[in-house]
Ligand binder design. Structure first.
Ligand code: NCD
Ligand code: ZN
Length: 366
């Protein structure tokens, strides 16, 4: 009989549920993979840039977007966190009111034009020392950061000596910490050794999420055959970066790194003149994380290996965001399984294993 692993239901602390008819499909995939709750990103169309009130042509409120997600199946989650998209419209009083109402628990920094639907983002230099960040600090809100320097030209954006991410973690984030020492920060979907080392040496107020794809793949996998389903931002990096991420998640007793899949469905991935950034891992993320831990030489059937995966998936995230660990469990079996492409009215949504021709080595059994 295949060996099994039973863990407390896990939390996906960075995912994209989008808007419209497909939302229910994406939420159902999350529920089917033992996920007890999610932090749903605000880079929707329109963006989630207010706290309360009706949806308008230009923005959604956390309250209204939350209601839509709950109606599409998210009411089955224990936790649903929707960060406020930091835009030109964000004010300190919005932060204060949001925090007091309980609707606002986190805010999201997007580098302007740095990724999918990031055109409403305002550059980090404008936030450092701002009353908005001061209000967040005061109310104990979490700053979720897409850590890439925006507006770099090609050779500065991605090259051997630096990437947009390493520039951000070297030049920008230390200034955020110096100016706002009490701000809780999640460095999202980190991809580089530079970012991993920054998080490891930062105070306990700084945590990080890591996606399955950044633990499994390197840029070589993307380029060999131009496997565009692996194209996401920040882009997959080099072997020494992957090794640093693998080490970070499998270090005994680590409390800073946790699951955030960045599952980002696109119904049109490749276009005539480019490619949408984002990998879809709905339905298969814990299986992929288990495979990534095994590739990192973690024996998931040893007490220490199981404990490391449990910390990463099920306990570190809740501890950082200050909500309870799930009292329910889910079970995975070490047996091959498959996931399927969703044929939707908007177009096909291809999960990463299908796009990468990867057979899952684990199956969710309950
Ligand atoms: C995300 C998306 O598609 O919304 N894409 C991605 O490549 N990760 C946005 C993001 O988190 O950067
Ligand atoms: Zn994302």
């Amino acid at each position: 009989m295949a060996e099994t692993l039973t863990l407390p239901k896990w939390y996906d602390l960075h995912t994209h549920f989008r808007q419209g008819a497909n939302v229910a499909t994406y939420i159902a995939d999350h529920l089917a993979m033992g996920c007890a709750g999610a932090l749903a990103m605000p880079n929707t169309k329109p963006p989630v840039a207010r706290i309360t009130g009706e949806k308008s042509d230009t923005s959604w409120s956390i309250e209204a977007y939350r209601d839509d997600l709950l109606a599409a199946g998210a009411d089955a989650f224990d936790q649903l966190i929707i960060p406020l998209y930091l835009t030109r419209e964000t004010t300190p009083s919005m932060i204060e009111e949001g925090a007091k109402s309980g609707l606002l628990r986190a805010c999201k920094y997007y580098p302007p034009h740095g990724t999918t639907n990031a055109e409403h983002g305002v550059a980090m230099d404008n936030w450092i020392g701002s009353d908005v960040f001061r209000a967040m600090e005061e109310h104990g809100l979490v700053l979720c950061i897409h850590g890439e320097q925006h507006a770099l030209a090609g050779p500065d954006y991605f090259d051997q000596k630096q990437t947009a991410e390493s520039v951000f973690y070297t030049n920008s984030l230390p200034r955020v910490l110096d100016t706002h020492p009490n701000l809780k920060i999640v460095c999202e979907h980190i991809t580089t050794k530079t970012a991993a080392e920054f998080v490891q040496s930062a105070p306990a107020t700084v945590g990080a999420t890591i996606t399955p794809q950044h633990l499994i793949y390197t840029v070589g996998h993307l380029i060999q055959g131009l496997k565009y389903h692996l194209y996401c931002l920040p882009i997959v990096k080099f072997e020494e970066d992957r090794a640093a991420l693998r080490e970070a998640v499998t270090t005994e007793g680590q409390s800073k790194f946790f699951a955030g899949t960045d599952s980002a469905p696109h119904t049109t991935k490749a276009t005539e003149c480019g490619c949408a950034a984002g990998c879809y891992t709905g339905g298969c993320a814990p299986q992929l994380y288990a495979m990534a831990f095994e590739a990192s030489e973690s024996d998931l059937f040893s007490d220490s290996g199981e404990a490391e995966l449990k910390r990463f998936l099920s306990t570190n995230g809740p501890e950082f965001y200050e909500f309870p660990v799930s009292t329910e469990t889910f079970t995975m079996e070490q047996t091959p399984s498959k996931c399927e492409t969703h044929q939707t009215d908007e177009g096909p949504v291809v999960p990463l294993p299908v796009g990468m021709d990867l057979e899952l080595a684990w199956a969710i059994t309950s």
